[in-house]
Design a protein around this ligand. Structure first.
Ligand code: OGA
Ligand code: NI
Length: 348
């Protein structure tokens, strides 16, 4: 651990616990980047009952809804996805217990190095962010789970068991969703099956403590996730996505639902037919918000480029290949709040 980085470290939880009535200047975003208050809650964001895919008579319609959601938003929520509510609740409770631990305990896992398979931190990367965001996190590689689970937090003692159960369930759901999404692109559902099996799963467990001035800061600034898809579990609302008109749309909290977001690898694979969704998290004055984002992608060194089936005369190849490693190298060199990695891949 870099001494300097560690000594200058203040978690968002520490600030919340010190009951400050205003936020430190370092957390104040420029006015143009602050959240808008009173955005209309969009009734139109898609919520899909995944169980209907198994119903002969409703499969086509449900499939079509997923296709439209991917094209329109790069985003949808799923219900009846087959993961037990108790598994999800346990994971969120475990996350809550982790962030409630004393700082010294959490700092054992601290690292500012984005290449580390397990790391605790605050903001995006507090060693380089110019403006801090109101967020603490623990991120860890999660697949194959036996490779990584020994490195996950040992405290709270239930962490590995409960987070592991959730993580494996989500990994299974991911495979099911990718098959449908590939099919919706006109690809074989078996497309990249082995690469998916050997792909990466990273859990980003996020904590956004109650914030005395939620209008001045963000929990996480606008970005798209790098991978194929992200499956996000949350305990309350706070996520916002950017729609086609470049407007921020708050994502409503739906009991029992999981949020599915398309990432940069999907945009590249689809040769731009689908776009990765730009999103951000706001914070609130009342309650700590927790989320568990499961980021799925291909192997560290696997190069992902547009699917050959989607490249033709009318749709020339629009993106360069990239690997997860190249993405990590990019974010370790650049403040990802400033420029999008995806833009470096666009051709012409
Ligand atoms: C992320 C993310 C959003 C949220 O972890 O990449 O976008 O609502 N999280 O926590
Ligand atoms: Ni994200």
């Amino acid at each position: 651990m870099a001494e300097e980085a560690a000594t200058s470290f203040t978690s968002a939880m520490t600030l919340e616990q010190s009951r400050v009535s205003t936020i430190p200047q370092r957390y104040v975003f420029p006015p143009s980047q602050r959240p808008e208050s009173n955005l209309p809650v969009a009734a139109t964001l898609p919520v899909i009952d995944l169980s209907l895919l198994h119903d002969q008579s409703l499969r086509d319609q449900t499939f079509r809804e997923i296709q439209i959601a991917c094209k329109e938003f790069g985003f949808f929520q799923v219900v009846n996805h087959g993961i037990d509510q108790s598994v999800m609740n346990d994971a969120l409770e475990t996350a809550s217990k982790f962030f409630d631990l004393p700082n010294e305990e959490k700092m054992r896992l601290f690292s500012g190095d984005v290449h580390k398979p397990v790391r605790y931190g605050t903001s995006l990367n507090h060693t380089r962010d110019e403006v801090y965001c109101w967020r603490d996190f623990i991120k860890h590689y999660s697949h194959p789970i036996s490779d990584w689970i020994q490195m996950w937090p040992a405290n709270p003692t239930c962490y590995r068991k409960k987070m592991g159960k959730h993580s494996m369930a989500i990994q299974g759901l991911q495979k099911q969703l990718l098959r449908v999404i590939f099919e919706s692109l006109g690809l074989n559902p078996e497309f990249l099956r082995e690469e998916i099996e050997e792909g990466q799963q990273t859990l980003a467990v996020n904590c956004y403590p109650a914030c005395p001035e939620p209008g001045l800061t963000l929990g996480i600034p606008p970005h798209s996730d790098f991978g194929s898809i992200t499956i996000l579990l949350q305990n309350s609302a706070g996520l916002e996505i950017k729609d086609h008109n470049n407007s921020w749309v708050p994502v409503p909290y739906v009991e029992g639902a999981l949020i599915v977001q398309l990432g940069d690898q999907m945009e590249v694979l689809s040769n731009g037919k689908y776009k990765s969704v730009v999103h951000r998290a706001t914070v609130n004055a009342e309650d700590k918000r927790l989320s568990i984002a499961s980021l799925h992608g291909f192997g560290l060194e696997t190069k992902v480029g547009p699917a050959p089936e989607l490249v033709n005369e009318n749709h020339p190849k629009a993106y360069k290949e990239f690997s997860f490693r190249e993405f990590l190298d990019f974010i370790s060199r650049n403040d990802f709040a400033k420029g999008r990695f995806l833009d470096t891949l666009k051709m012409n």
